[in-house]
Structures are given as structure tokens and as C-alpha cells.
Design a protein around this ligand. Structure first.
Ligand code: HEM
Length: 400
């Protein structure tokens, strides 16, 4: 193979608009969809910005989900061996370990089961909007008052975690997805969460309920450590992502009043709008990491065994080669085309149906009940989560 000289780049890159990925992604996608990169935690690797290339990596068993750095809970140890994942953290595992743990959970997250959950989610949404309508003071932070409590309550309910404990686990979860957290902070947060879920699981051995943790205990398939790991993963993945999607999607629709009005006039557009918002906003902003298990040829480059590869979901989701029309525009009428917001391949998001149910319920009711909702500050003053693995807002001051 004649190897092209790779283009090199550095993450994070600055955004020029709160809803668009950095414009450099477009240049890379067009000129070098497989480029060498220095990642936000200093690790060097390959950045995959094309839709097809990213999908190919995520479907290829030569790329392992065991990885260094972000989300592995450890420092990015350069050329050191890839650390083994903590027990139960199946997002970082390969078959057959991944298959065994994922299989135990797929039955709990089916489309049917999630549809059955819809009335309960709608009730939680309605109660929070009632409380919002009764608020005297304005502005209100829509993240704390609405976008965060909904997925938090739902995942607590599903898992059987007492909602009263949320302050503690939300703080620890937030630490785990900060890109600037120190190794000590990460370790502390991880340990606190493990201990919390571990104790809860222990309690469920003696007093089981009809929640997922109890179901896992009953299955008898998991060690205490695995159970804690699975619980932490679900708790973390289940609320940060969806909360940020609800808040960012609201802000984005408020900045695109034509789209907000289209949804107000015709709520049946909401299913398509949810997919479009997931695509357009792609909150897993740096993409997902893999490690090459052997030398792999990709986009004219030889990716050496042991290299870190990042499938850049926000970039793939704006690829004009895959999406018709103008993928740089938000268009709630856009015909569905598979996007990468939930990843692809065997690790594709386990909770995607739940996320869809929550987003649809939240956005439909919000637009219906608060048609005059607006930002309470100029858009430039909304603090954005540039320093987090999951993009979104730190706060969303609104009024109506
Ligand atoms: C809008 C909301 C969400 C987004 C954008 C999202 C995104 C993603 C992405 C991109 C992956 C793939 C990671 C990889 O390939 O390395 C993933 C995996 C996963 N997600 Fe989500 N997610 C969302 C909501 C949820 C919810 C509500 C849950 C509920 C429990 C959840 C649980 C998981 C789990 C357990 C995995 C690991 C699956 C595996 O490794 O087999 N996610 N998610």
C-alpha cells in the first residue's frame, strides 16, 4: 500500500455556533476523513470524520471497545497496555464478555417495553410542567427544573434507585464525564458510585422489587462487582445524555422559531424531529473510542495495532455523502436516514428507545404547554458544556 501523509489535527476544536460541530470537521471530512489527532486528554490517535468510515470502524471486530483515556476512568497512559474494564462496564468490553452482559439487559430495553413506559414518562413530564407553570419567579433554569429531572426520575424508577439519592449520584456522574477531571477525582467518583449501587444491590438480595437491578439479582448471573458496574453504567448513561439532549434540543428549537412553530402546528412531526435533533446535535461531542487489535488499512492509512481510533459521530452526522438535502441545516421534515447519534454496531445504544420516548414526551408537552417559551438571556450568554464528553448546556435560563 502507498501510504498518504496523514493530515494532523487536535481536539477539542473551537465551535463557532452552539449547535454546530467545529467547522474543522467539515474540512477534514472532505479532505481527509481519516486523520491523525491529539485527543482532549493528550492521547494521540486517529480521528474518523466521514459517515461511512465511522460506521465501518464501529462494525469492525478488529477494533476493540477496550480503550485508553476518556470514560475508562483512568489517565490516558500513552503507549501503556489498554487497561481492563471495571467489572460490569460492558460498554468497554468485547465479545464474548460484552455479549453475555448485554444479553441480560436487552429484554429490559425493547421497543415494546419502552412504549409501555410512555404513560409513566408522560405523567412525570406533566407534573414537572405543572410545577413550572406555577413558578412565580422568572427566569427559570429549564435544565434543573425540567430536562434533568425527567431522565433521572425515569432511570431511577427503572433501576430501583431511590430518587432522594440523586444529588449525590448526579454530582459523581458529572465528574466522570468532565474531560478535565483529575485521575484522583475520577477514581473517587467511580468508587462512590460503585459503593452506592453495590449497597443498593445488596439490599435487593433480601428485598427484591420489580425493577431492573432486582431482576439482575434474581438472574443469579452476576457477581456483586458486576452488578454494581452494570448499575453504574445504566445510571450514568441513562440520565446525562438524555437530559442534555432535551435541554439542547429545546434551546435549538427556540433559536429556530420556524421549526418550533412547525412542531406546534403539527405534533405528528415529533418522531421525525427527535431523530433530526439527535442527528443535528450529536451530543457525544468527541465521538466514541476504539483500539485497533491488529494493523488495519483505513482511508489510505495504516492504523497500527494498539492505536486509538475515534469515530466522530457529530461529523459523520453532517456528512453530505450520506444525508440528502443540506445536513448543516436543522429540518424537522427531513426524511429519516440512519444517523450515528446512538453509535453503530454491537455497542449501539442500549437505551435508545427509552431516550426517544423521553425526548418525544418532553418536547411535545413543552411546546404545547409553553408555546411562548423563549431564552431569558442572549444566546451567547448560555453557558455551553464544551468541557464535557456529553455536550449541552450548564444552565438554560428561560421565560414565557
Ligand atoms: C439521547 C440520549 C442518548 C445518547 C445520545 C446515547 C448515545 C450512546 C452512544 C453513542 C453509545 C455507543 C457507545 C460506544 O459505541 O462506545 C451508547 C451506548 C450505550 N448507551 Fe446510550 N445514549 C443515550 C441514552 C441512553 C439511555 C437513556 C440509556 C439507558 C440506560 C443508555 C444506555 C447505554 C448503554 C448501556 C450503552 C452501552 C451499550 C453497549 O456497550 O452494548 N443510553 N449510547
Amino acid at each position: 500500500m502507498t501510504e498518504a501523509q496523514p493530515v494532523t489535527t487536535t481536539q477539542p476544536m473551537a465551535r463557532t455556533c452552539p449547535f454546530d460541530p467545529p467547522s474543522e470537521y467539515r474540512t477534514l471530512r472532505e479532505q481527509s476523513p481519516v486523520a491523525e489527532v491529539t485527543l482532549p486528554d493528550g492521547l494521540r490517535g486517529w480521528l474518523i470524520t466521514g459517515y461511512e468510515e465511522a460506521r465501518a470502524v464501529l462494525a469492525d471486530p478488529r477494533f476493540s471497545s477496550r480503550r485508553r483515556g476518556l470514560r475508562t476512568g483512568g489517565a490516558p497512559a500513552g503507549d501503556a497496555p489498554v487497561p481492563p474494564p471495571a467489572p460490569g462496564m460492558f460498554i468497554l468490553m468485547d465479545p464474548p464478555e460484552h455479549t453475555r452482559l448485554r444479553r441480560l439487559l436487552t429484554g429490559q430495553f425493547t421497543v415494546r417495553r419502552m412504549r409501555q413506559l410512555t404513560p409513566a414518562v408522560e405523567k412525570i413530564v406533566a407534573e414537572h410542567l405543572d410545577a413550572l407553570a406555577a413558578t412565580e419567579g422568572r427566569p427559570v433554569d429549564l435544565l434543573q427544573a425540567f430536562a434533568l429531572p425527567i431522565p433521572s426520575l425515569v432511570i431511577c424508577e427503572l433501576l430501583g434507585v431511590p430518587y432522594a439519592d440523586r444529588v449525590e449520584f448526579q454530582r459523581n456522574s458529572a465528574t466522570l464525564i468532565r474531560i478535565d477531571a483529575t485521575p484522583e477525582e475520577l477514581q473517587q467518583a467511580q468508587q462512590a458510585l460503585n459503593q452506592f449501587i453495590g449497597q443498593l444491590a445488596l439490599a435487593k438480595r433480601t428485598e427484591p422489587g420489580d425493577d431492573i437491578l432486582s431482576g439482575l439479582v434474581r438472574s443469579g448471573e452476576l457477581t456483586d462487582e458486576e452488578l454494581a458496574g452494570v448499575g453504574v453504567l445504566l445510571l450514568l448513561a441513562g440520565h446525562e445524555t438524555t437530559a442534555n439532549m432535551i435541554a439542547l434540543a429545546t434551546m435549538c428549537l427556540l433559536q429556530n422559531p420556524g421549526q418550533w412553530e412547525a412542531l406546534r402546528a403539527d405534533p405528528s412531526l415529533m418522531d421525525g424531529a427527535v431523530e433530526e435533533l439527535l442527528r443535528y446535535l450529536s451530543v457525544i461531542q468527541y465521538g466514541v473510542r476504539r483500539t485497533a487489535l491488529e494493523d488495519v488499512e483505513l482511508g489510505g492509512h495504516r492504523i497500527q495495532a494498539g492505536s486509538t481510533v475515534v469515530a466522530c459521530l457529530p461529523s459523520g452526522n453532517r456528512d453530505t455523502e450520506h444525508f440528502s438535502g443540506d445536513p448543516e441545516q436543522l429540518d424537522v421534515h427531513r426524511p429519516y436516514s440512519p444517523h450515528l447519534a446512538f453509535g453503530h454496531g454491537i455497542h449501539q445504544c442500549l437505551g435508545q428507545q427509552l431516550a426517544r420516548v423521553e425526548m418525544k414526551a418532553a418536547l411535545t408537552a413543552l411546546i404545547e404547554r409553553f408555546p411562548t417559551l423563549r431564552l431569558a438571556v442572549p444566546v451567547e450568554q448560555v453557558p455551553m458544556r464544551d468541557n464535557m464528553i456529553v455536550y449541552g448546556v450548564h444552565e438554560l435560563p428561560v421565560t414565557w
